[in-house]
Design a protein. Sequence first.
Length: 316
Amino acid sequence: MDDFFLILSLISFLAFVIGMIKPGIVLSWSPEAKRKRKYVVIYFGTATVAFFILFGITTPPTKEIAVKSEVIETEEQAEEEVKNEAEEQAKIDAEEQAKKEAEEQAKIDAEEQAKKEAEEQAKKDAEEQAKLEAEEQAKIEAEEQAKIEADEQAKKEAEEQAKKEAEEAAKNAETMAQTQAVQMAQDYLNYTSFSRPGLIAQLEYEGFGNADATYAVDKLQVDWQAQAVQTAQDYLDYSAFSRTGLIQQLEFEGFSNADATYAVDNLQVDWRAQAVIMAQDYLDYTAFSRSGLIQQLEFEGFSNEDATYAVDEVGL
């Protein structure tokens, strides 16, 4: 019977340990509201204590039996001694009997001791096994929890990345106004040349806001030096310029000094011929003295040498 209570005590203790880690496993038979550590303590903690007490009560008191056996043995020996006092041989027989009984008793005691130690070892093994299983269960649950947290973290990072990409896409997406501005800017560049500020101003003149106009012009990735060269050539196609005058005209159109200078120097212009054309243009619509025309050409940016040459060429 004591073994039965010992087994029940161990089972209750094992259920108690598991329940403290995962109440839902050992209380699966109870309502959801009672699947808590509190009820694990009430049910299985109480059962463990109760079964262990019953185990202690039902365990045979080996020491009392031993004492009682020794008392009986002593009485028997006394009776034998009194009864067989005169008989030496009977005394020897009694001593041998007592010795034999003592050996048997020692054997019984040794067996009981071995049984007790085996029970204690079994209990210890059961406790270690329960502890090992509890640790293994805790490890499994920790790994599952870590996996869940990792999945949640990965999901969160994926959502944040998707949100970031959506925001970036929205940021980079052109509005309808920007698309129209880009198209109009390209149309203007298809038939004439512009500086960057000049093209932005033209788009603003067409009714686009500065932000949309600027976005469209920068979106096209225009070679502004090439535009400056084309504009300089356009000016020379219908009018005469000095080198400095043409650079200033390109700067007026919005080109930087560097781009304007590059464009003018890239055209390989005969500036003396330009001075002659301009001198003739002036004479075609007004009268000049020789010195006055030379001064006017110098004012337009020609050197004195080129201006004098031009005036000589027009016959003034």
